[in-house]
Unconditional design. Structure first.
Length: 242
């Protein structure tokens, strides 16, 4: 990795409060992710992990400081441009997966490419159709495309839904993958198998991974471990900050 390369995630002097007259729930002097890193972000429930993810994903803007993703300061973008930037540059894996139950598996996986011409273009530039890349990703996630691709996601098991959600995040090779507690419903053996699959595909895509969890047992699998309390200067994180 080039030590002089620009970080893909760069936060500077961040302060965020839910209301102007309240104290900040996040106060972070500096937070960076290098390109290609696999980073484990740990924090207890209610510590502000999801708030930090929403700042990185351009869902929220800080009252003070700057957030830049892939060299783009997010505050310079209008809301619609931030939404487009997010779908172009980020793949998101949620704790509850957020699959659309009225769509089939293949429709869920390809959803981001419907809203992001750049992600669709990255697929076709590799000589694949969207259907071929969907099949490849499902197979990489140990799912049989012929068996499940046309099923509604509501008919899948929790483990299958989780892997479909990862395939959806990875399609079009976004440079940044953000995973928010994606293993919380799995047992320990299944968690490690899932991580192995996730790492393999992210390595192939050349993406950066920010993986958020309260489960410290997973941290040893990552390049770097960060505890939110070590970078958040707010002394009192009382209340529901997530």
């Amino acid at each position: 990795m080039n030590a002089n390369a620009q970080p893909i995630v760069q936060l500077r002097d961040i302060q965020f409060a839910w209301h102007r007259n309240l104290s900040p729930v996040l106060s972070i002097e500096q937070f960076e992710l290098s390109r290609g890193e696999h980073v484990f972000l740990q924090g207890s429930s209610g510590s502000g992990k999801t708030t930090l993810l929403n700042l990185i994903a351009a869902v929220l803007l800080p009252q003070k400081g700057s957030v830049a993703i892939d060299g783009q300061p997010l505050a310079e973008l209008r809301r619609s441009k931030r939404d487009q930037f997010r779908v172009d540059h980020m793949g998101l894996v949620f704790q509850q997966f957020n699959l659309l139950p009225f769509l089939s598996v293949v429709e869920n996986v390809q959803l981001s490419c419907r809203f992001s011409p750049s992600r669709k273009r990255r697929v076709t530039q590799e000589g694949l159709t969207l259907d071929q890349e969907t099949d490849r990703l499902l197979s990489a996630m140990k799912l049989d495309p012929k068996e499940i691709k046309h099923k509604p996601t509501s008919e899948l098991s929790v483990g299958q839904q989780q892997r479909v959600a990862v395939a959806r995040a990875l399609i079009g090779r976004p440079p940044l993958i953000i995973a928010d507690e994606p293993t919380s419903s799995l047992d320990s053996d299944s968690r490690q198998a899932f991580l192995d699959l996730l790492f393999s595909e992210i390595e192939s895509a050349g993406s950066t991974l920010l993986f958020v969890s309260h489960d410290a047992a997973l941290a040893s699998s990552f390049d770097r471990r960060i505890d939110l309390k070590d970078i958040n200067r707010v002394a009192d994180l009382s209340g529901d900050l997530s």
